[in-house]
Ligand binder design. Sequence first.
Ligand SMILES: NC(=O)c1ccc[n+]([C@@H]2O[C@H](COP(=O)([O-])OP(=O)(O)OC[C@H]3O[C@@H](n4cnc5c(N)ncnc54)[C@H](OP(=O)(O)O)[C@@H]3O)[C@@H](O)[C@H]2O)c1
Length: 482
Amino acid sequence: MSLTFVIFGATGDLTSRKLIPALYALHRKQKLPAGTRVLGAARTDMTDEAWRNKLSESTPKFVDQAFDERAWSDFASRVHYQRFNIQDVADFQRLASRCAELEGGKDGVRVYYLATSPELYGDAVVRLGEAGLARETAGARRVVIEKPFGIDLPSAKKLNETVHRVFEERQVYRIDHYLGKETVQNLLVLRFANTIFEPVWNRNYIDHVQITVAEDVDVGKRGDYYDGAGVLRDMFQNHLLQLMTITAMEAPVRFEADAVRDEKVKVLRSVRPLSNDDVARHTFRGQYEGYREIVGVADDSQTATFAALRLQVDNWRWQGVPFYLRSGKGLSCRTTQIVVQFRRPPHMLFDANGSLDGDRLVVQVQPAEGIQLHFQTKVPDAGMRLRQTDLAVDFRQEFSGPLPDAYQRLLLDAASGDASLFARSDEVEFAWSIIDPIHAAWKGGAVPPLHAYEKGIWGPSACTPWIREQGREWFDVCPVLG
Ligand SMILES: NC(=O)c1ccc[n+]([C@@H]2O[C@H](COP(=O)([O-])OP(=O)(O)OC[C@H]3O[C@@H](n4cnc5c(N)ncnc54)[C@H](OP(=O)(O)O)[C@@H]3O)[C@@H](O)[C@H]2O)c1
């Protein structure tokens, strides 16, 4: 099969840090069809050779295994570059000729990867259409669209309409790289390839679910972008809601794109809308000290760099089980984890004070990758004193060696036409419809207050009493990497 990746934004950070290393790793593992080629496109004037040289300097820094020079030079010979401006219609005709020349007239799959700034996605798609580059007369044509997909519901709808004027939905791959992570897919396997978890995966046994995406880094040089977006748009609309849908969804009838996405959409549709009162009570926001001094950030910025939401999923499985979603910058450590907190036993035989925790299943998504089941055991030689211990699976140790970066899986899926791990148009829109009212309420009102926090801790200290008043505790543990 002839396969061509056309990367728009070839000179950018994402291309050098993620896309090229992932494609090289796939080539090295012989997972790409023989003869697969990559055509990078951006405005910078460069030859094929100059781009290859640039990439041969950057790629070794971003691959997780020893760099194989021979595999690299074989891969690099298939890498090409075209000077190209999305704003120049004639450049699309030149791009069409270059693709045809590289493909030697063979029919096959062409994947256009939009890795430029998001404002250019619409124009790029429209011009691909005008230049006939979306037509499937000589093989499949697919477009991968990076995040963010819109900045709110109206802009996401508009972008979806634009995209659908040119591509059919089956040709569109909206990426959320969290779904490409092995541990996230493992959550699906844990739930739907085993029988022991599913019977307890509901309101009868689960007290609540906590999903945390903590970053230890701060906003850095991205003040301009971040001050407009804030943590809600930057992290919740995509990564946190995606993790929540995977945790909460029903079993799809088949592991196929539309069956999986139908179930994810049902979860998003079941999320109870938050009224202004609910926003005051069920959301929490914070901003780290020093954020307003960053270039590009307003002196009186009210943008949240930390947030916690309590969402309810109104269906039979989850009625009354809160989903706590939490994310922030400048926190204690970098960790993404899903904590499923089970109820306590109905009758406490061993615990006179009633202080025993319920069992807990922790799915470590990154940087640790594994699963732990915390449960009560007896402390030896101490009467009937109990202590929580855990059974742990560390995927890296279990399967010896580093796990592949999410982009490897996602690029391969886009090439083979499997959109199961990509967001569908309605999914993106439902996700925005959950986030937009919270964003609007925060913008328009003083509640909840914006709590300041020092960098290097788990967000504002007031977030602990906030969840405690609801009878719960945050699971604030930085993962230990094996
Ligand atoms: N970086 C990441 O880790 C990351 C992670 C997740 C998502 N993303 C998303 O991926 C996208 C790219 O991010 P990035 O960090 O790689 O951005 P970036 O470093 O700013 O790169 C932008 C790229 O777009 C090209 N470009 C700009 N204007 C162009 C035009 N008119 N025509 C053609 N090419 C143009 C730039 O090259 P020239 O100046 O040479 O034209 C450059 O190659 C963004 O939407 C971002 O949100 C990035």
